[in-house]
Design a protein around this ligand. Structure first.
Ligand SMILES: Nc1nc2c(ncn2[C@@H]2O[C@H](COP(=O)(O)OP(=O)(O)OP(=O)(O)O)[C@@H](O)[C@H]2O)c(=O)[nH]1
Ligand SMILES: [Mg+2]
Length: 452
């Protein structure tokens, strides 16, 4: 009998409660022992994530609920880490879209929903944080419907299931309840909805193997590890495979060492894995994101992942100031270049180019935060370098120069409306929507050129 499996990604705007929700799904499925003390937002396990209280990298975990294995991907909400969301979506068959019950859909809700809809996924909408005093679930659902409609959702996608939740308090409900009360006993309503609406195992276990690598990891014992979902076929430790970078890529062969699956926050060894399972594989030293691990006798590579283009670029340069060499131990052009090349393997939205000048590299990403986090990471590892001011990346589409445009949402007290409108007007922002909430606050939406 094949295993019962569901693969989901949790997506949302910044701070709408994704990582907190994952905590509760882990807790309520009995992942932690009674006495085990678990930190909040346990998936945010990198130093910079914990310090800043934000998610930067998409990460896997898995829970068991009523004999079903549910792989869960927590994703970041910041626009700058959109590449991580795109990467995560390549591993799942369904998404749980969280929307803050008070704030409603925000710019990044739009971005992640658009990606999910385009992939043909049918989101489950979770109206989250319904415990907030300003929660307005009906308004949020209507706004979600309008958003889906505007983004060209199919009738089936428009008919999305809705769950209400207070992730932080660990409860969910299919029905709306009284403000201030607890609407449901626990997370069951959300689990049930996932089991009901996310497609179960797809793909033929007897077909040629096809597994696209969507993430990389590293262990000092086994070296590089590829993470991905098996779309078809079966995989065992020791198996001979072919690896291909898309249909036009050149195939090379290798041998799988170990196969692991996710269980809670841990990884467990598997003797065999089949369609829809998300696995970690070791043994192929040079494996890269987007590549397909397939059957050498009958290779069936998937197209490489599609990731949006960078919008911002900065020069990373060797520090030539008089104070050079005081802060870091890796200071040479070669060392900086090698570190950037390493970053490119897993940081899917990043681009790195050499320039005409020795020791100056052009590093492009999705925004200032994206590049700042990389810089901070490098500094902590002991790299010393100088950087230039960020510049906007222009794109030429059909011979016409295009500049990136952003949607800005300002949620402010009415008293500040004049000042904010003036400031955005000076930067040539174009007001697209203005909505007073009737309680002294107003929401302004602007289209504005990428500001640096
Ligand atoms: N009132 C209320 N607050 C919540 C709830 N869930 C999360 N929060 C709070 O919202 C904030 C953000 O929570 P996170 O879980 O880190 O949000 P996130 O979506 O993972 O954030 P990013 O990954 O950075 O996009 C934290 O301060 C939480 O305590 C909830 O159900 N109700
Ligand atoms: Mg998070």
């Amino acid at each position: 009998m094949s295993k019962q499996i569901r693969n989901i990604a949790i997506i949302a705007h910044v701070d709408h409660g994704k990582t907190t929700m994952v905590d509760q799904l882990l807790r309520s499925s009995g992942t932690f022992a009674e006495h085990e003390k678990v930190v909040d937002t346990v998936m945010d396990n990198h130093a910079i994530e914990r310090e800043r209280g934000i998610t930067i990298l998409a990460k896997n975990c898995a829970v068991s609920w009523k004999d079903t294995h549910i792989n869960i991907l927590d994703t970041p909400g910041h626009a700058d880490f959109g590449g991580e969301v795109e990467r995560a979506l390549s591993m799942v068959d369904g998404v749980v879209l969280l929307i803050d019950a008070q704030e409603g859909p925000m710019p990044q809700t739009r971005f992640v929903t658009k990606k999910a809809l385009a992939l043909g996924l049918r989101p489950i909408v979770v109206v989250n944080k319904v415990d907030k005093p300003g929660a307005n679930p009906d308004k949020v659902i209507n706004a979600a419907f309008d958003l889906f409609d505007k983004l060209g959702a199919t009738d089936e996608q428009l008919d999305f299931p809705v769950v209400y939740a207070s992730g932080i308090n660990g409860w969910s409900s299919k029905e709306e309840g009284e403000p201030g009360a607890q609407w449901g006993p626990d997370m069951s309503a959300l689990f049930e909805t996932i089991l009901e609406h996310v497609p179960a195992v797809q793909g033929d276990a007897n077909a040629p193997l096809q597994l696209q690598v969507s993430a990389l990891d590293y262990s000092t014992f086994v070296g590089r590890i590829g993470v991905g979902r098996i779309t078809q076929g079966t995989l065992k430790p020791g198996q001979q495979v072919a690896v291909m970078a898309g249909p036009d890529g050149k195939a090379y062969t290798g041998k799988i060492n170990q196969v692991h699956t996710f269980q809670g926050l841990d990884r467990v060894q598997a003797t065999e894995a089949g369609p829809s399972e998300i696995v970690l594989i070791s043994g192929i030293e040079n494996i890269g994101i987007g590549e397909t691990v397939t059957d050498p006798a009958n290779p069936q590579p998937l197209p490489m992942l599609k990731i949006d283009e960078p919008t911002l670029t900065m020069n990373f340069c060797v520090n030539t100031s008089p104070l050079a060499g005081r802060e870091g131990k890796f200071v040479t052009s070669r060392q900086i270049w090698d570190r950037l090349q390493k970053e490119l393997r897993s940081n899917v939205a990043l681009r790195v180019k050499e320039t005409d000048e020795d020791g100056i590299f052009e590093v492009s990403g999705r925004g200032e935060l994206h590049l700042t986090i990389l810089l901070e990471e490098m500094r902590r590892e002991g790299y010393e370098l100088a950087v230039s001011k960020p510049r906007v990346v222009m794109q030429e589409i059909d011979g016409v120069k295009h500049e990136p445009i952003e949607l800005v949402t300002a949620d402010i007290e009415e008293g500040h409306q004049g000042g904010v409108m003036q400031a955005l007007g000076e930067r040539k922002g174009e007001l697209v929507n203005m909505e007073p909430d009737g309680r002294g606050r107003v929401r302004l939406e602007y289209r504005i050129l990428r500001v640096v």
